[in-house]
Design a protein around this ligand. Sequence first.
Ligand code: VGL
Ligand code: ZN
Length: 204
Amino acid sequence: MKALLIVDVQNDFCPGGALEVPGGDTIIPVINKLSASFDAVIQTQDWHPAGHSSFASTHEGKEPFETVEMSYGSQVLWPDHCVQGSEGANFHPDLQTDRSQLIIRKGFRKEIDSYSAFFENDDTTSTGLTGYLRERDIDTLYAVGLATDFCVKWSVLDGIKEEFDLYVVEDAVKGIDIEGSVGQAWSEMLDAGAEKVSSEELIS
Ligand code: VGL
Ligand code: ZN
């Protein structure tokens, strides 16, 4: 069975948000159309406590988009975003969420960031998604959402590692694009075995 995986379509990643993805909201009508056509719909929600270790403001003298070394490796620092319970952490009001059956919240541990829907950034701590998908006989995922170069990319790469078939819907993802990171993300996803599809191919 196949499922739609909607990654982080939250106010803070849309125009006007704390960590806006340029044109992030333009993919929402496409995602709404897709989710109406899937029997299984799963969402992720970036969900950080105040003072999260991925926030530049938590590290003295650091600015957003600089990197620091964490116990699990290099970590990009971000503006404060998607703080638990804040308006910025809410799903964009235009996103149709009624048909979503599971919402995975991630990044809720102060010391570890979590881009992927499957594993936190230490590459070890599981979100439980693999078990859920297996129990439901879901073997194929169609990834959409924000941001192509971070949470979408890591979800796709980890999904492939977990032996799911991964498709990325090219007109239903958008990226932050730090120094070519969107192009890089596409190469990594395709090299790992993901397939690029358009929403038109899926809905027709
Ligand atoms: C994301 C940076 C920090 C994402 C989340 O959803 O791609 N990016 N937190
Ligand atoms: Zn985050």
